[in-house]
Design a protein around this ligand. Structure first.
Ligand code: ADP
Ligand code: MG
Length: 864
């Protein structure tokens, strides 16, 4: 069944040619115990290795079960070794970091036998060599004889046809040698055993055929096998040539066990490898943390600084450019005089050019068509109206006190502020403001300190700051402090008198505040019809008292303050009311008799009963022109008392130039379809771009239709300031990551070197694995598994260290900047970094594992 035909093997080292086998021809029977004797260097080991497929012959042929091996590929030899051959070496060649059981099982894992089957067969065969009770020992814990038994068990586990033993007793004492020989004799009953030995007595006693070698030639054969004696077992041959392969699981467990024996080194390697990962992970945590913080700031800021479109607007961007002299060419003045830089004309020009009127009625219609998808981008759209709520203190026991419009500031001369064109951009100074129509947004920004959010149109809120404080400026305006005191102070200061600074802090219980009430008066309520005309009664205290008694009562139902997390808040006043109140006021004014009357007779001024002046009957005369009056009107004038007449004259003076529109606005009459401001609060920065797109779509549409006067301009202050912050952070983190990546590369190279050291250390193991049938691929898989484990350990360690480092880093940031939990590693980032670490180390280990795979098994086995 095994036939050597004229086998030659020559070793070349440099110029020296060493003929190890010089035309050897031999036949072997299916079961016999062959001993090979010969001096050292006579070619015994070479012959054994060639028979075992561990080494290849140069000339001749090796015929296995009638099949020539001339055309054998690497994988055929691997399969042959795994299935048909069992090797037993002088130096046992066990894998030191594996248990006895795993050492024996190893050959079976290569042929893909299931785990339970492997266990069973390994135990059986260990039982057979008398080691049934030592399964879980390591080779280093055993005697030489025991180790050789393990080696024999390993050689037998695949039930090979041929057992090749190279001086199996060479390292054993004579007593143990005899035991091993007994075992081999027993096995030889149904197997071919070819044993190299130095000991002629043992050969004499145990072998049934002795072959003597000298200088690569057979000089004696005690029991030659004739060619006719050879039986060919074809079927067996086919089975035995099926392919072998090590599963990745086996490779992993081999490497894991190997790494376990070098815990300290593995840990240190992993740690060194993790440093780059730690660096990148830290940068990632910080930059993603800061970015999400900025995103939150942006969202919060955007809610207080919306994209704002006003009926009258100034283009802030070009104003600012003008003021800063941007876009102006740099002049190269001779430095001998002082030169003027002329900006005023440009500013005034751009001021008037950019002071554009927006037709918000048409734009509102556009937004409300529902074709714009603006709801996808905006948290809320707020339509503002020039309401000028008329509000009085609910408590009239100390007289009638008006608190809105902000009378205090009117008195101090700041009154114009809230109406300036800047107010939309700066928020202005308003005490009474309308709440945004998005309750979720509000609740994310504010905590209720006491009471509840308003639910009805007559319910309002007091807004305090994070410390439960409210500025005295507001306190005067909402009537909690007496504003006449402030007026006194103001007068004193203007007269150069000394004024004591108020240091005393007043406080109010929640209960007091929740008991506050205000009275709302409609602009139209100030007028009472007297005969045919409407007379302003706001100076008449009896009328006002009655009016206030019947007026709508506004109740403070809650106190809110900005929540801890909120960076910015959308309410910029002290008292906030719902949009329902706005609607209530608008509808009731529109339903009032005076407004209806004015609207029914657009030509007649309801305050005078006279026609509005038009261009045709233009008159600059403020006196009533008696000649134009009808008799009826003359009679009416004559019937008036002196007081009524002077009131009429006053109104006539005021309204000489009065128009229909002026009258409606005096009456607080507002058209809900025609807002004075539209504030669009976008969801985030990207959404804001979409909102701006929607506006420019609208503008283009209008220009296409030739309706240029409908084009709207808007202001976006935050956009102006913040747009580049995120991209700057991105750039900074990319640069940092690029720097840290260098350390990753360095650590990868280091891991490559350490893998190479591991290859050198495990050379013997490579030889052993090859001898039991592992292919080159299997060998590189073992080392790839090792680098994969190291890479995973490095990545996992890096992530763990980063997570731990983030704790003190966050504490420091908290104490310095008072922002909590900034540094936070995103989960996907962590996973990706571990994967990167594994990929990098595997790449770094590719070359060493290739080197390992290429190692010559015979040489590998010879290394110590
Ligand atoms: P034995 O096992 O009988 O002592 P070997 O088969 O090991 O002898 O060696 C036979 C001859 O081949 C020796 O002269 C040895 O020096 C030579 N030889 C064996 N292996 C190699 C090798 N890898 N490179 C060069 N010469 C070798
Ligand atoms: Mg030898």
């Amino acid at each position: 069944m095994l036939q050597l035909k004229n086998i030659y093997k020559v070793y070349e080292t440099g110029d020296l040619k060493q003929t190890a086998l010089d035309g050897v021809s031999l036949n072997f029977r299916e079961s016999e115990f062959v001993a090979i004797l010969g001096q050292s260097g006579s070619g015994k080991t070479t012959m054994l290795n060639i028979i075992g497929g561990l080494d290849q012959y140069d000339k001749g042929d090796l015929i296995i079960n009638g099949k020539s091996t001339k055309e054998f590929k690497d994988r055929d030899w691997d399969a042959y070794r795994n299935h048909s051959i069992g090797f037993v070496f002088q130096s046992y060649n066990l894998i030191p970091h594996q248990t006895v059981l795993s050492n024996v099982e190893l050959a079976l894992t290569l042929s893909g036998v299931s785990k339970t089957e492997r266990r069973k067969r390994a135990k059986e065969v260990l039982e057979r060599v008398g080691l049934g009770k030592q399964l879980h020992k390591r080779p280093s814990q055993m005697s030489g004889g025991q180790m050789q038994r393990v080696a024999i068990a390993r050689a037998l586990i695949n039930d090979p046809d041929i057992l090749l033993a190279d001086e199996p007793t060479g390292a054993l004492d004579s007593e143990t040698s005899v035991q091993i020989m007994d075992l081999l004799k027993e096995i030889s009953k149904d197997k071919l055993i070819i044993m190299v030995t130095h000991n002629p007595e043992l050969a004499e006693e145990y072998a049934n055929r002795i072959i003597k070698l000298r200088d690569g030639n057979i000089v004696d054969d005690s029991n030659p096998c004739r060619i006719e004696e050879l039986q060919v077992n074809k079927e067996r041959g086919e089975r035995k040539l099926s392919k072998t392969s090590m599963s990745f699981g086996t490779a992993l467990s081999l490497s894991l066990n190997n790494l376990k024996t070098k815990k300290a080194r593995t840990l240190m390697t992993a740690f060194a490898g993790s440093i780059g990962i730690i660096g990148i992970a830290l940068i990632l945590s910080l930059s993603s943390g800061v970015k999400s913080y900025i995103a939150k700031v942006q969202e919060d800021t955007l809610s207080s600084y919306p994209v704002s479109i006003e009926s009258q607007t100034v283009d802030m961007t070009s104003m600012m450019e003008n003021m800063m002299g941007m876009g102006r060419e740099e002049e190269n003045n001779d430095l001998d005089k002082v030169y003027s830089r002329n900006i005023m004309t440009g500013m005034i020009e751009s001021m008037s050019a950019q002071m554009s009127k927006n037709d918000l009625k048409s734009f509102k219609e556009y937004l409300e068509t529902g074709n714009t998808n603006i709801d996808d981008y905006a948290n809320v759209i707020q339509y503002g109206y020039d309401l000028g709520l008329q509000i009085y203190k609910g408590d009239t026991s100390n007289g009638i006190v008006k608190v809105s419009p902000e009378s205090v500031y009117d008195k101090l001369g700041f009154g114009g502020m809230s109406n300036s064109p800047m107010s939309g951009a700066t928020g202005g100074f308003k005490v009474w403001t309308e709440l945004l129509g998005n309750q979720t947004l509000l609740e994310s920004q504010y905590d209720v300190v006491a009471g509840t959010w308003p639910k009805n149109y007559d319910e309002i809120l007091l807004v305090v700051d994070k410390n439960n404080e409210i500025s005295d400026a507001y306190l005067y305006s909402i009537g909690l402090l007496d504003d006449s005191e402030l007026e006194n102070k103001m007068n004193k200061i203007q007269n150069g008198e000394a004024v004591e600074e108020t240091t005393e802090v007043s406080s109010y219980s929640y209960e007091d505040i929740l008991n506050l009430t205000y009275k709302l008066v409609l602009n139209s309520d100030y007028y009472e019809k007297d005969n045919n005309i409407w007379v302003d009664k706001s100076e008449n205290s009896i009328y006002m008292k009655k009016l206030l008694d019947n007026a709508l009562e506004l109740k403070v139902v809650g106190i809110v303050k900005p929540s801890e997390e909120a960076v910015s808040a959308s309410i910029n006043g002290a008292i906030a009311y719902t949009s329902d109140l706005t609607e209530y006021v608008v509808n009731n004014i529109n339903d009032s008799e005076i407004v209806k009357e004015q609207k029914d007779n657009p030509e007649v001024n309801v305050f005078t009963g006279l026609k509005f002046e038009t261009d045709e009957n233009d008159s600059t005369n403020s006196q009533i022109d008696m000649s134009t009056l009808t008799d009826e009107e003359k009679a009416y004038l004559a019937s008036l008392s002196q007081e009524e007449l002077s009131a009429l004259m006053k109104q006539q003076n005021n309204s000489t130039k009065a128009t229909y529109e002026d009258n409606l606005s005096l009456l607080g009459c507002v058209d809900l379809s025609n807002p004075s401001t539209i504030n669009i609060y976008s969801k985030d920065f990207e959404a804001k771009e979409s909102i701006e797109d929607i506006i420019s779509d609208y503008n283009e549409e209008k220009i296409d239709q030739g309706k240029d006067e409908y084009v709207v301009t808007y202001n976006d202050m935050v956009g102006l300031m913040m747009s580049s912050v995120t991209s700057i952070i991105d750039i900074i983190s990319y640069v940092l990551i690029a720097f840290v990546a260098i350390s990753l590369i360095v650590s990868s190279i280091m891991i490559g070197i350490i893998t190479y050291i591991s290859v050198l250390e495990r050379t013997k193991e490579i030889g052993i694995l090859r001898s039991i049938g592992a292919s080159k691929k299997d060998i590189s898989r073992v080392f790839n598994a090792e680098t994969l484990i190291v890479g995973f350990a490095a990545g996992a360690m890096g992530i763990l260290v980063t997570v731990l480092l983030n704790i003190p880093i966050n504490m420091i940031i908290k104490s310095v900047a008072n922002i909590s939990d900034v540094s936070k590693l995103p989960v996907e980032g962590g996973v990706i970094l571990v994967v990167i670490s594994m990929v990098l180390t595997v790449i770094a280990g590719l070359i060493p594992s290739k080197i390992a795979a290429k190692k010559d098994p015979v040489e590998a086995l010879r290394t110590e």
